[in-house]
Design a protein around this ligand. Sequence first.
Ligand SMILES: NC(=O)c1ccc[n+]([C@@H]2O[C@H](COP(=O)([O-])OP(=O)(O)OC[C@H]3O[C@@H](n4cnc5c(N)ncnc54)[C@H](OP(=O)(O)O)[C@@H]3O)[C@@H](O)[C@H]2O)c1
Length: 317
Amino acid sequence: MASPCLELSNKMKMPVLGLGTWQAPPGKVEEVVKFAIDAGYRLFDCAYLYRNENEIGNAIQQKIKEGAVKRQDLFIVTKLWNTFHERSLVKEACKKSLAALKLDYLDLYLIHFPMGYKAGEELSPVDDKGMIIPSDTDFLDTWEAMEELVDAGLVKAIGISNFNHEQIERILNKPGLKYKPVNNQIECHPYLTQEKLIKYCQSKGIAVTAYSPLGSPNRPWAKPGEPMLLEDPKIKEIAARHNKTPAQVLIRFLIQRNVIVIPKSDKPQRVEENMKVFDFELSKKEMDVILSFNRNWRAVPVLQAVNHKDYPFKADY
Ligand SMILES: NC(=O)c1ccc[n+]([C@@H]2O[C@H](COP(=O)([O-])OP(=O)(O)OC[C@H]3O[C@@H](n4cnc5c(N)ncnc54)[C@H](OP(=O)(O)O)[C@@H]3O)[C@@H](O)[C@H]2O)c1
């Protein structure tokens, strides 16, 4: 079954469920994207940072050639990495992603983080203390360069990721703003429910996409003793009540909040499992119980950038 869609402020329709591709290894991702297209996925969440756009592009191209899907039925998202925040670098960065993905336009291009890093080959340039070397770009300038991509026909829509409420407000209040962000992609799951930020975004017509919806169990910096969402006995209990898996409950929880969700798996069986979330409903009581699990815990805190002027996670929301 294909995923239902949510209408964005520019009237584009974005599937509410897509496939995440962070840490999907180049050797596996091509097969899994092809499998996902056959299983009904239309939204793919990519990023320059993930270093697998090329293989994802191969899969998309093959499926279009086969006639399994049409380009206009896919919704391809990718992201401007932090080392390309300078105005003069934005278009080239976008073109690099387009070339790797073998597309002539993106459906949605996001600023990956509000924090710009020093430009150059190094994706995460650090000083001798291991802290990120920032660029002094203002993300409002980056935003203007993003707007130019829409006018140049390279992207259909633009948005942001990991922006907090104050940073979004700065964009919305920018004099001469041409295009509002249509989407903010943020971490969200039962241990980080993001109620204030989601309410704020939705009140401004900015759709929200939840990343790490399963708690990102394979994040490289995971430490023993950290919370394991998929193992949470209370989530397991709710899943058993519905004859569903914990992953399906975690995905459904976000969809019922009108949030787009992009779980990652490079295993066909799980890709299929994660799509089977449109045949059950969590009750209002179950939704409230799951919301009460919030503990403001982040799987992706980006700690080496904590001193950055635009570090977004110090703010309350
Ligand atoms: N904008 C940002 O800054 C940002 C940050 C992080 C992530 N993202 C995006 O969001 C996507 C999802 O987040 P994420 O990758 O951090 O974490 P996630 O989707 O919460 O979790 C993915 C992990 O869960 C496992 N998994 C998937 N389905 C499962 C299932 N049904 N049962 C048990 N385990 C399952 C996967 O393992 P297998 O692959 O082995 O199945 C993978 O290790 C990313 O891939 C990326 O596209 C964006």
